[in-house]
Every structure is written in C-alpha cells, then in structure tokens.
Design a protein around this ligand. Structure first.
Ligand code: SAH
Ligand code: SF4
Ligand code: F3S
Length: 451
C-alpha cells in the first residue's frame, strides 16, 4: 500500500558522501509517496544525516534533537505528528546510545542500511527501531535510482560514490568504524549511474570514496579496474564535461592515476590530498604510513604529469604528543607545497580510536594557537593562488544565476567560485572567462566572446 502526500526533510551534516547519501535516501523514499521539503516545520518525517568525525560535529546532533523535541510537541498539540530519524555516522557509532539519550528519536539507521529505510519507517510507527548492521546484501543494488526530475533539480554537478569505507585505520579517525571496510562498486554500475546523471543534465561528476584512489572495482571485462581505469571509462560518456574525485590517500596515488592527470582533459587539475602533518614522528603516530619526504616526492611526480594542478589538503593540529618542533615541520611542509585550498582542524579525541587513549594530549589553548597560525598561512596561500589567476582565461562551468542580477556563477577547473556577467542561457555550459579580479573566496571575470 502506498502512503500518499508525505513530506520528508533531510538535514545533512559532514562530508560529501553524506550529501550523496541524503539524495539516495530521498530516492528510496520517493516511491513510497514521500516528497522532499526544505521546510522542517512542514515535514512528516525529519532525518538527520549525521557526522561523527569530531566531537563538535557529533554534538550538533543532540542540540538539533533538542529543538526537534519542541517542534514535535507543537505539532502534537496541533493534532498532527512527526517522525524523527537519525542516520549517518553518529547513528552507526552511537546507535542504542541515541535511543537512550534522545527519547524524541523514533528511528536510528546506519549508512549501510539506507535501502531498508521505507521498511524501517513502517516498523518505527509501532516501536523505536535501530538498524546499524553491516548487511550481506549490497545497499547499492537495492537503492532505487533518482528520477530524471529529481536529478535535474539537484543541479549540474553531482556526486557519485564509487568506493565506501576505509581499511587505513589512522589512529585519530572514526571512519573505519562508522563506514566499515573498503568496498568498491563495479564499473558497469557506475557507468550506468553516470550515464543516467548526464542524461538528466549533469555536466560535472565528482567521484566519492573515503579512500577513493584505493578504488578496485570489477571491470566490464572481468578484470579489476583501478581509479584511473574508471576515470578513463567515464571520460567516454557523451555530454559529460568534467570529472573530479575525492578523497585520496597519498599511499594510493599510483602511477596510472598520476598519468591520468596528464592525459585526461576531462579530469580537472585539482587534487585534494590530505597529509595531516609535516612531522614524521606525528605521521607515524597517526599510522599514515608515509613520511613527509614521500609526500613531497609524490607532489613532484603529480606536478610533473600536470604542471598546473592545484592542491588542497587536510591538517590536524595538536595530535597527542605534538611539540612546537613537530608543528614547525607542518608549517614548513605547507610552505614547501603551496596549497590552493585546505581544511584544518584541532585534534578531537574520538571514543574507540587508539589516539584518544594516548598520553600527552595537547592543551586546547595551544591547539587553538597553532590552528590560527596554520590557517593564516593557508589563507595567504589561497589568496596568492586566486590572485595568480588574474589576467588568465579559464574555462568556467556555469552552474546558476549569480548573486547580482545579470551575473552567472560557476566554477573554475581549480574549484574556485567564478562570477561573470552573462546570459542565463549559458548555464550548463563551459565558457572561456578572462579573470579580472580575485578575492579570498572567489574570482570575477568576463566571458571571452569569439566575435
Ligand atoms: N579519508 C580522508 C578524510 C577523512 S575525514 C583521508 O584519509 O584523509 C576528513 C578529515 O577530518 C581528515 O583528513 C582529518 O584531517 C580530519 N579528522 C579526522 N579525524 C579527526 C579527529 N579525530 N580530529 C580532528 N580532525 C580529524
Ligand atoms: Fe580516516 Fe585515515 Fe581512513 Fe582517511 S584514511 S578515512 S583519515 S582512517
Ligand atoms: Fe563525517 Fe562520516 Fe563523512 S564521520 S566526515 S559523515 S564519513
């Protein structure tokens, strides 16, 4: 039986994989009569798709649940009801604990069980439900594809999960526990999904994986495909303009993938390659399994293949035992690389991870000082990188109307936001844009016309 006219609001926290998952949850619910609403107060079902990576991220969930408790009370007073679900990595990590701590929650569902969502919602009507299994069946085989309309409303760029989970076990990180071991999806299925996206108007696809460059899926001819092979196959899809991938581990940047950056035009010259720290002592304690020299040599090889490649990274300051000297090595590594963009964080001890129990936890004030210095350096580099584009002509994929009237908004190959005056009919196309000005977070340009 189909329940008609229900509304679901999905609120997404955390990484791009959660963004992808939220859409897939919506797709799973659509055949059961759920339409998506942006307005929480209008929803019959609210799902929080959560992130467990740092303490602050996880705590956000409980403050949101506090607000939802009031919303539900108001709804019940007005004679209607509201179901509340928690999905994502907090759900996986804290399943039963959420049920105990937040009586407002009806349903807890881990990332590997999203294909069961419709059935779990039915069960949650009579009793609170927790599903944090790692089921035998492949969720991707059971998750319905989005409708063409759903894809079209999501825009011209899309994420596509090709690999999920992590076998690396960095000592600070919860991901191997919340997402499980590495699983790669078969090439044929990814090609089909990418073709469907492109058919619905998508022009740029970002391949996602916690360790996307460790991708090793079944190939179309019985062989095992690596990420370079997958990229080469996807590059043949008609109408697809751009490919990107994230997040990579330095250990898995193989020669084939580096070569792909040199010879695949569709692959954008922007690489997110987290290193976390420049200190070999800290890299060892983090179980990153490479040295800072390995990382710098790798960057040299990548730049040799694609000289204009822009790099971004993730950094952690204040890992247990980090000294001023270790931190200085991180600053020196950043100076040596020159990043176009970066994310940086204070180390956050996570329950169940080895580093949480290490002695010599760093004082929070010191972490804050180091983070400020590091972010200053990175912001300066980003400014230099943006400024260096002034005077260049870059191909820009226009994604939408700009904030100012008569302006369009798009992205450069290096993932910079670009604004330029232009006609709305150019949305969805790649145009040459001469960059005339740069700020910290975006570029301003004018479209170069051939006449
Ligand atoms: N798979 C990716 C990133 C996963 S999480 C990788 O291997 O790099 C994204 C970023 O969050 C990490 O790169 C790291 O910089 C940060 N992070 C992860 N756990 C953290 C923790 N306990 N405290 C602070 N930052 C953390
Ligand atoms: Fe976490 Fe390390 Fe795996 Fe990245 S590689 S997801 S940081 S354990
Ligand atoms: Fe967060 Fe889970 Fe992504 S912990 S960063 S939502 S994989």
């Amino acid at each position: 039986m189909r329940a008609r006219g229900k509304k679901v609001h999905i609120k997404t926290y955390g990484c791009q994989m959660n963004v992808y998952d939220s859409d897939r949850m919506a797709d799973a619910l659509a055949p059961h009569g759920y339409v998506q609403t942006e307005d929480m107060s209008d929803a019959d079902l609210i799902v929080l798709n959560t992130c467990h990576i740092r303490e602050k991220a996880a705590e956000k969930v409980y403050s949101e649940l506090g607000r939802l408790k009031e919303l539900r009370a108001r709804r019940r007073a007005a004679g209607s009801d509201l179901m509340i679900g928690v999905a994502g990595c907090v759900a996986q990590a804290e399943g039963e604990e959420i049920i105990a701590r937040a009586p407002v929650v009806d349903l807890v569902v881990g990332p590997q069980s999203y294909h069961r969502l419709p059935e779990l919602i039915e069960r949650a009507r009579t009793a609170r439900v927790v599903d944090t299994e790692f089921p035998q069946e492949d969720k991707f085989d059971h998750l319905p594809p989005p409708s063409t309309i759903a894809t079209a409303t999501r825009g011209l760029t899309a994420f596509l999960t090709v690999q999920e989970g992590c076998d690396k076990f960095c000592t600070f990180c919860v991901v191997p526990y919340t997402r499980g071991g590495e699983v790669s999806r078969p090439v044929a299925k990814l090609v089909a999904e990418a073709e469907r996206l492109v058919g619905a108007g998508v022009r740029e696809i970002t391949l996602l994986g916690q360790n996307v460059n460790a991708y090793h899926g079944d190939g179309e001819n019985g062989e095992t495909a690596n990420l370079a092979g997958l990229l080469r196959r996807l590059s043949r899809i008609n109408g697809l303009e751009r490919l990107r991938y994230t997040t990579s581990h330095p250990r898995d940047m193989d020669a084939d993938l580096i070569a792909a950056h040199g010879d695949l035009d569709i692959l954008m010259p922007f690489l997110h390659l987290p290193v976390q720290t420049g200190s070999d002592r800290m890299l060892r304690a983090m179980n990153r399994r490479h040295t800072s020299a390995d990382y710098l040599a790798l960057i040299d090889r990548i730049r040799a293949a694609r000289p204009d490649i822009a790099l971004s990274g993730d950094f952690i300051v204040g890992f247990p035992g980090e000294t001023d000297e270790d931190f200085a090595k991180t600053m020196a590594l950043i100076e040596a690389v020159g990043y176009a963009a970066a994310f940086s964080f204070k180390y956050s001890p996570r329950p169940g991870t080895p580093a949480a129990d290490l002695p010599d936890q760093v004082d929070d004030r010191l972490k804050a000082e180091r983070l400020a210095a590091l972010q200053d350096l990175l912001a300066g580099q980003q400014q230099v990188f943006n400024q260096a584009q002034v005077g260049r002509t870059l191909p820009v994929l226009f994604k939408r109307e700009g904030r100012k009237s008569g302006q369009l908004g798009g992205r450069s190959p290096y993932l910079q936001a670009v604004h330029a005056p232009g006609d709305l009919s150019l949305v969805g196309t790649v145009q040459p844009v001469e960059i005339v000005a740069a700020s910290k977070n975006s570029l301003l340009g004018k479209i170069v016309t051939s006449d």
